[in-house]
Design a protein around this ligand. Structure first.
Ligand code: FES
Ligand SMILES: [Fe+2]
Length: 371
């Protein structure tokens, strides 16, 4: 392996992005061990509404119970293991009934009925209820953790946002939990999840592949890595009126966003699978679902003030800017993925100085995998 000169830092080896065994270890030690954003709480607005999501190797059933509390359970019948809900989203009435032998669970997970259950007085209905999963709500998102003892949410999730923005209050100003979903686009990306994280963390590529974005954020044309500087938001171009595909005006700045944060763009990464983008009038929230070593589904939400969504405003010019950025980014990641197994990439590639901060992500991954 060539030792890189000081301006270049080695990346992870190619196998890290292409070897199913590495991915299996990541499922166990990263996705099943960290707080993982699975949905927007408003995706399940009323009791009985559910979503099923993949977290590591497990299917997780998210459902709002009769009292209005969000619950997460493993989507596994405790009888003989049938998957309870196979739809990605839907609605049940008062209970979840297994289609195989009709064991039936309350929305809180308890076993409430089963054929002949009354004759099996020794069966503890709580013990044979659905296996609960730790759940937190923050920024309007539902975060789950499959670990028996989850890491501190405050340190790992809130801490990542604070470390990027410099304080805890800034993100609260956007009131993300009160924003409404204007548009959701789901991307099925043929690339390893780490390529997507690394791409999001650097802007060395911006001048090459993001012509529309660099029009609105000119400092990105120089490859300026905004994420590297605590508290820094990329300033809008003087002639940009909004964060839109053509720099044209969009919607009023959200009321609690102050002047210091107006006309700026902030990008935040929360390991392992969330990106949050703050602009004055909306928020773009990415959740990644790594499904295979070379496949990642990315669910991207565009969130606006409730009155903007309720008023039926045309969101298309706002949505189009980051949708195009997403397409450009994911295409770049898909261009790299097949070459992760090339012999020339056995030892990986290199990071130039404006990408050096990605090494911290590589250290994070390496430490997690070391257990
Ligand atoms: S597997 Fe669910 S009731 Fe039998
Ligand atoms: Fe990009």
């Amino acid at each position: 392996m060539t030792i890189a000169p000081p301006s270049l830092i080695n990346t992870l080896p190619g196998s890290s992005y292409a070897d199913p065994e590495v991915f299996a270890l990541e499922q166990e030690r990263i996705f099943e061990s960290s707080w993982f954003a699975v949905a927007r709480a408003a995706d399940m607005p009323t009791p009985g509404k559910f979503r099923t999501v993949q977290v590591g190797r497990e299917s997780v059933l998210l459902v709002r119970d009769r009292r209005g509390v969000l619950r997460a359970h493993l989507n596994v019948c405790r009888h003989r293991g049938a998957r309870l809900c196979t739809e990605p989203a839907g609605e049940v009435r008062n209970a979840v009934r297994c289609p195989y032998h009709a064991w039936t669970y309350g929305l809180d997970g308890s076993l409430i009925a089963a054929p002949n259950l009354a004759e099996m007085a020794d069966v503890d209905r709580a013990e044979y209820g659905l296996r609960p999963v730790h759940l937190r709500e923050w920024l309007g998102a539902v975060w789950v953790c499959l670990a028996q003892r989850p890491p501190s949410f405050e340190d790992t999730v809130m801490g990542a946002v604070t470390a990027r923005l410099g304080d805890a209050d800034t993100v609260e100003a956007w009131g993300i939990d009160r924003l409404e979903l204007g548009r959701r686009i789901v991307y099925d990306v043929a690339a390893n999840w780490k390529l997507i994280v690394e791409n999001f963390m650097e802007c060395y590529h911006c001048a090459t592949i993001h012509p529309e974005l660099t029009e609105v954020l000119p400092e990105f044309a120089d490859g300026f890595a905004a994420q590297y500087y605590v508290g820094h938001g990329a300033a809008f171009a003087e002639d940009a009126h909004g964060f839109t595909i053509d720099g044209g005006a969009s919607f009023p700045t959200l009321s609690a966003v102050d002047d210091a944060h107006d006309r700026r763009y902030y990008a935040i990464t929360v390991n392992p699978q969330v990106f949050i983008n703050l602009v004055p009038d909306h928020v773009i929230f990415h959740r990644m679902y790594p499904l295979a070593v070379d496949r990642t589904v990315v669910e991207c939400d565009w969130l606006f003030a409730p009155e903007v969504v309720a008023g039926g405003a045309d969101l298309s010019r706002s949505v189009e800017l980051f949708h195009r950025v997403n397409q450009q980014d994911f295409e770049a990641c898909e261009r790299c993925q097949p070459n992760m197994t090339s012999r020339v990439y056995d030892a990986g590639g290199v990071l130039v100085p404006s990408e050096h901060h990605i090494a911290a992500f590589h250290h994070w991954v390496t430490e997690k995998l070391a257990g």
